[in-house]
Design a binder for this molecule. Sequence first.
Ligand SMILES: Nc1nc2c(ncn2[C@@H]2O[C@H](COP(=O)(O)OP(=O)(O)O)[C@@H](O)[C@H]2O)c(=O)[nH]1
Ligand SMILES: [Mg+2]
Length: 223
Amino acid sequence: MDAHLEETQGQETQIPVLSCAEKNRNFFQEKRVFVVNLLGAPGAGKTSVLERVFPYLADKVNCAVILGDVETAKDAQRIADCNVPAVQINSQETSSLDGEMVAKVLGMFDWSEVDLLLIENIGSLTLTGQSDLGEDLKMVVISVPEGEDRPAKYPIVFSQAGACIINKEDLTPYAGVDIARMEEEITKINPNVSLFVTSCKEDLGLESLADWLMEKVKEKKQD
Ligand SMILES: Nc1nc2c(ncn2[C@@H]2O[C@H](COP(=O)(O)OP(=O)(O)O)[C@@H](O)[C@H]2O)c(=O)[nH]1
Ligand SMILES: [Mg+2]
């Protein structure tokens, strides 16, 4: 029998048994909240991109953030300092968030006040590629110093992403990395990905990213 189906006793009908991720997805659909699963290596700039994109979303889109880290609530504090509701999950021995971990904290937000939920997954380019939290979209952050060959080495996460942010553009002269080649490597794996080049230090590309997110939020409301 299909893993997602169980037979009800004495009846022929099969009732679908939803995974936690599917239940989350139904919940977000009901609330018309657009959800991003934000992936990337530790230090790529996931939290920084959130901090820097919020000013462009303020007064237009209500955001909330769930943050996954092995230990500490440092990232949740950074987001709370931006006046955005944030809940930290500490995964300890698990290297990726899962639907159940996210489901457990959903009661901590006032959903009437949320249009866009950003879930910063635990820093990794391996397991997180397959992690389904019930999101609408996976967005991966790669930083320039990680190098042009990073997408080819970790293709799953890039192949599953609806959007990719190439961050730390300001470090290009020091890193000796060709951003155009990096973009080529990413689109070779995933031709349909939406690409953004950003610098959190120089406030580059973040307004475009905010505009794109606002469009996604609008589409979800009309869905
Ligand atoms: N030069 C530069 N540094 C950045 C940029 N974005 C983030 N950083 C730095 O990179 C480090 C890791 O950033 P963080 O947002 O914590 O990464 P995360 O682990 O992916 O959430 C911090 O020291 C940031 O200040 C950027 O665009 N340019
Ligand atoms: Mg972080």
